[in-house]
Design a protein around this ligand. Structure first.
Ligand code: PRP
Ligand code: URA
Length: 212
């Protein structure tokens, strides 16, 4: 089984409380979501391989480290995943960015795929799939299925990154994709009768973009 990690750094917990609060404005919600994503980028890249590189400091020649291995891609699940891209991209600026458009129908929870545009060599990259919410797991499993089955991405090369996860959804993703690492800023209690996460933060897409 791959890694399941709750990144519960005090700064992340503090900022998560801000975006959970229903009185937080759209502007602040968007800014703080980006900040949390940037802080998580530090943790999700912890196992990136390094290689030696020869450089010269102003004083001497020396062998130092640089990131090696596969090129990186960030793939947000639209819409809400967009809110995490800039924060992560700031720490790994050379990463390519792909997009997968999915939404779950409010009544049926059926996943509707409406867009996919990915780097041509996505199957050669280490891929960070980002979406603030992992609720039933329907959207994440649909995105992971698309990446692995249609675009040939090796599931061992995928990391799923969210802000708030429900235990139900984590189980669904782990059963469908046991080799995908999952990072979340919080593991919440449960889903409500409409499959919203409790305590959660509401509808992430609506709160990031100020829609209803
Ligand atoms: C939200 C969220 C996830 C999904 C999680 O998206 O951003 O993609 O729900 O729920 P699930 O785990 O039960 O599938 P939503 O469908 O509301 O679309 P949006 O981002 O366009 O608002
Ligand atoms: N999608 C959201 O945006 N929020 C939830 O709580 C569940 C799914």
């Amino acid at each position: 089984m791959a890694k399941f990690t709750v990144v519960d750094h005090p700064l992340i917990q503090h900022k998560l409380t801000i975006i959970r609060n229903k009185n937080t404005s759209t502007k602040v919600f968007r800014e703080v979501t980006e900040e949390i994503a940037m802080l998580m980028a530090y943790e999700i890249t912890r196992d990136l391989p390094l290689e030696d590189v020869e450089i010269e400091t102003p004083l001497i020649k020396t062998t130092q480290k640089q990131i090696a291995g596969k090129k990186l891609a960030i793939v947000p699940i639209l819409r809400a995943g967009l809110g995490m891209v800039d924060g992560i991209n700031r720490l790994i600026p050379a990463a390519r960015i792909g997009h997968i458009g999915l939404y779950r129908e409010h009544e049926t929870l059926r996943i509707v795929e409406y867009f996919a545009k990915l780097p041509q060599d996505i199957d050669e990259r280490r891929v960070f799939v980002v979406d603030p919410m992992l609720a039933t797991g329907g959207s994440s499993v649909a995105a992971l299925t698309l990446l692995t089955e249609k675009y040939g991405v090796d599931p061992h090369q995928i990391t799923f990154v969210c802000l708030v996860a429900a235990p139900e959804g984590v189980k669904v993703v782990q059963e469908a994709f046991p080799m995908v690492d999952i990072y979340t800023a919080a593991l919440d209690e449960k889903l409500d009768e409409n499959s919203y996460i409790l305590p959660g933060l509401g509808d992430a897409g609506d709160r990031i973009f100020g829609t209803k």
